[in-house]
Ligand binder design. Structure first.
Ligand code: CA
Length: 225
């Protein structure tokens, strides 16, 4: 689970990073509002935690601008008690939930779990698109009677494509999503893994296909019947 944390108070950020790592979240932290916005706009995070008062751009602006660009990552806002109208403004700007500082760790973790569940499109946690379904629990890709197991990266790639259906995802977005913001992954890797996923789609006889859009990126299509 990839999480973006934008928080400028050093001690708070350190404490949050530690807690989130313990809970197995893969955290990218930024202390600057503008850097936070650029990271969020990569649309590669499963969750985002935004502080309100930040240098260069506040949390509300970040949420509003990211939503305008079609970013659907669930956003949890951290607000100070004194900022009374923040709750309203925060929800208004496209944030999904808010938490008042100071807060209990378990309260934060409960909110994050609730937000991450919103991303899953069927009750049993299977993702569906066109004629295929994908189980995150078993890593099985199914089409009718056929199924095949995906590797961890193949699973994450297909999951990401399904979550962003109808959009073209760039190689950069895919590289950041699968290998992380600071990795030196060559974009070739994206192509290699994309071909693995395609082979598995054709192995199960799916009409669903990954279309390469020249010079832009990849898009999941239902294919021709
Ligand atoms: Ca702050």
């Amino acid at each position: 689970m990839r999480l973006l944390l934008v928080e400028d108070e050093k001690r708070m950020a350190q404490a949050l990073c530690e807690i989130l790592h313990q809970e197995k979240y893969d955290v990218d932290h930024f202390a600057d509002g503008l850097e936070g916005l650029l990271a969020l706009e990569t649309n590669t995070y499963d969750l985002a935690i935004l502080d309100v008062m930040l240098p260069h751009k506040n949390g509300f602006q970040i949420a509003r601008e990211a939503r305008k660009k079609g970013v659907r990552t669930p956003i949890l806002m951290l607000t100070a008690k004194s900022e009374l109208d923040d709750k309203v403004t925060g929800l208004d700007c496209g944030a999904d939930d808010y938490l008042t500082k100071p807060f209990m760790t378990r309260e934060l973790l409960a909110r994050l779990r609730a937000l991450s569940r919103r991303n899953i499109n069927t009750p049993d946690g299977a993702l569906t698109f066109g004629d295929v379904s994908l189980s995150k629990e078993t890593s099985l890709l199914r089409c009718g009677e056929n199924s095949v197991r995906l590797s961890e990266k193949e699973l994450r790639i297909l999951e990401y494509l399904i979550a962003n259906q109808g959009q073209i995802l760039s190689r950069e977005q895919l590289a950041v999503k699968i290998w992380g913001y600071n990795s030196d992954t060559e974009y070739n890797n994206v192509e290699v893994y994309m071909s693995f996923v395609r082979k598995k789609l054709s192995f199960v006889g799916a009409k669903t296909e990954i279309k390469a859009v020249r010079g832009i990126g990849y898009e999941l299509r239902e294919g021709h019947v």
